[in-house]
Design a protein around this ligand. Structure first.
Ligand code: GDP
Length: 196
């Protein structure tokens, strides 16, 4: 259960995040995947995470305090069609620094658009997480946008790709911010993760 969710701080430099004195769980995905909507659904706070960041906006690591107990982190999205090389390099440096050095990081939710067939950019990212031993799970978003059978098909195709690469696939959730889908399962998982 999330009873309280408060914004703490935004950083451009991932080494300047708050003291790593409590459990932390991060959310990341392709821009427009539905990350802000999912965070807002989970916390029950409508505009906690700002939806639809524009490509030109500063890339920030946003910390939120949950239940006075753990940090939820909103990471900048990847995969804008028209971004400069410089911006991509900055994103990679920021994200790799954060994900590989944040000592209190318990897990990362990698968000995947359930409407799409497996996308190279997502596979590359989860591949990198696997190689770096970043503990991650998947959340397939926007499940309400198509039939259940179409969602199942896309989810299965992505998991199959992961199995080809790793020989296994991680825990995953199918979510809909629109219909509150997957909320209870994700919250239960978060509770267990921060209690460890
Ligand atoms: P972000 O860029 O990853 O933070 O994505 P947003 O949360 O801003 O969502 C991008 C767009 O997709 C917005 O127009 C949302 O309203 C829409 N969206 C996000 N999640 C869902 C969902 O579960 N169902 C539907 N139907 N639309 C969604």
């Amino acid at each position: 259960m999330i009873k309280k969710a408060e914004f703490v701080v935004s950083n451009t430099d991932p080494t300047k995040c708050p003291k790593p004195d409590r459990a932390e769980i991060a959310f990341i995905g392709r821009s427009n995947v539905g990350k802000s909507s999912l965070i807002n659904m989970l916390t029950g706070v409508k505009e906690l995470a700002k939806t639809s960041q524009k490509p030109g906006k500063t890339q920030l690591v946003n910390h939120f305090m949950i239940n006075d107990r753990w940090y939820l982190v909103d990471l900048p999205g990847y995969g804008f069609a028209k971004v400069s090389k410089d911006r991509k390099v900055k994103w990679e440096k920021m994200i790799s620094t954060y994900l590989t050095s944040r000592s209190n990081l318990c897990g990362v939710f990698v968000l995947i658009d359930s409407r799409l067939e497996p996308q190279t950019i997502d596979l590359e990212f989860v591949n990198w997480c696997g190689e770096q031993n970043v503990p991650f799970v998947l959340a397939f978003t926007k499940a309400d946008k198509q039939s259940k059978s179409q969602t199942d098909k896309n989810v299965k195709a992505f998991l199959n790709k992961m199995e080809e690469i790793f020989g296994e696939y991680p825990d995953y959730f199918v979510t809909s911010a629109e219909k509150q889908g997957g909320k209870d399962e994700v919250l239960k998982f978060l509770d267990e993760l921060v209690a460890e």
